[in-house]
Design a protein around this ligand. Structure first.
Ligand code: EPU
Length: 344
């Protein structure tokens, strides 16, 4: 082992997870450079330990202690490279804070990320679940992702199509992509792309204000909506949406709509329908429910909360109860969205 490598032992991860679940890491390293990432991987390999990558800890549930190396990605740096056509290539290192990146791009007058304001977490974690909100997804502006291959320790660049993005999903969530460590993300932003303001809540807030539509006013409206519905993880521990919005075929949708004419849904291009998991959970009466340390947020039923700083297993137990209930009532299976360690 490189003796200068700042590896710590038996580190409490709760402060590094927005769900604040207590869990110990046997070893912990905050890597500030690619060289330190490689050294951390060598450290783990030499001891035959598993490695868990950590960004902002805002989409991660540790169900038990981690008997391996937690590698916290602390790479920093953002560059803006204006292009001749008026667009700008923005490259941000994995350890940068996502929301700060959004506000900085908007302050410079660039469009493309404004709908994704206030999403907790780091830049490097954003491609993993293809973060999305208010009609925009990361994949809409992302051009390339720089990665390090854990098996070979080599760096390479993946193009947008190579990242296999879809709703809350990417290559990085699959067995083919789990060996990639995201080092940096590149976007193409510009000053004139059409603003995406069609999403129900967003359209209502912007209309009620009657203000000029700019990337800054859209970002402000998004922040207002998020603050009104979603709990601030610093005050009420949570990992955002706990379940993905389920997609059902046309037949099942028609059947559900007959029974529940008010059912919240978004038609997809292929005839299927995406249902609002929050609506289903709310209808089933779970909103505001509390069980011991954990519960369901009282303003958005899709968000599980951990105000009592309970263990990851308590949160998962509540999630299982909700999944069973929704399956029984509506015949719809809900999938947990954040990454769980260990997985199923
Ligand atoms: N709804 C209810 N009750 C609830 C929650 C929602 O009836 O408790 C209804 C709403 O009235 C609305 C529909 O369900 O008709 C959808 O609700 P909302 O607009 O709040 O969005 P969502 O589908 O619940 C998704 C994302 C959020 C993102 C918002 C806005 C997923 C899993 N979640 O939530 O993402 O901010 O849309 O685009 O796709 C996250 O991933 O952590 C996250 C917060």
């Amino acid at each position: 082992m490189n003796s200068s490598l700042p590896v710590q032992e038996n580190v409490d991860l709760a402060p590094l997870l927005t769900l604040r679940t207590p869990a110990q890491a046997r070893f912990y390293l905050c890597a500030q450079s690619i060289a330190e990432i490689r050294q951390g991987l060598e450290f783990a390999r030499a001891r035959d330990l598993p490695v868990l990558l950590l960004g902002g800890g805002s989409n991660l549930i540790l169900v038990e202690d981690f008997d391996g190396l937690v590698l916290h990605l602390g790479l920093k740096g953002v560059t803006y490279t204006p292009q001749e056509d008026g667009s700008c290539i923005v490259r941000a290192a994995a350890g940068e804070n996502w929301h700060e990146l959004v506000t900085n791009t908007v302050a410079r007058g660039y469009r493309g990320l404004e709908n994704l304001a206030l999403i907790p977490g780091t830049v490097g974690a954003a491609p993993v679940q293809n973060i999305g909100a208010y009609g925009v997804e990361l994949k809409d502006t992302l051009t390339r992702v720089e990665v390090l291959d854990r098996r070979t320790f080599q760096c390479r660049t993946l193009t947008n199509p190579e990242c296999g993005f879809s709703y809350r999903n990417s290559l990085f969530k699959t067995s083919d992509g789990q060996h990639f460590i995201i080092l940096a993300v590149e976007f193409r932003l510009d000053r004139s792309r059409p603003l995406q303001v069609g999403y129900g809540d967003l359209a209502r807030v912007l209309e009620s204000r009657g203000a000029e539509m700019t990337e800054a006013s859209v970002m402000q409206a998004v922040m207002e909506i998020r603050r009104s519905k979603l709990p601030d993880p610093k005050l009420i521990p949570n990992v955002g949406s706990f379940f993905m919005n389920p997609i059902v075929d046309c037949r099942q949708f028609q059947h559900l709509q007959q029974q529940y004419p008010q059912i919240a849904h978004y038609p997809l291009h292929d005839g299927r329908h995406k249902l609002a998991a929050g609506w289903l959970i709310d209808q089933a009466g779970w909103k505001g429910y509390r069980e011991g340390n954990v519960g369901v947020h009282d303003r958005q039923a899709l968000v599980l909360i951990n105000p009592g700083q309970g263990r990851g297993s308590e949160v998962i137990e509540l999630a299982r109860k909700i999944q069973r209930d929704i399956l029984q009532r509506f015949g719809v299976a809900l999938n947990i969205e954040p990454v769980r360690v260990p997985g199923d």
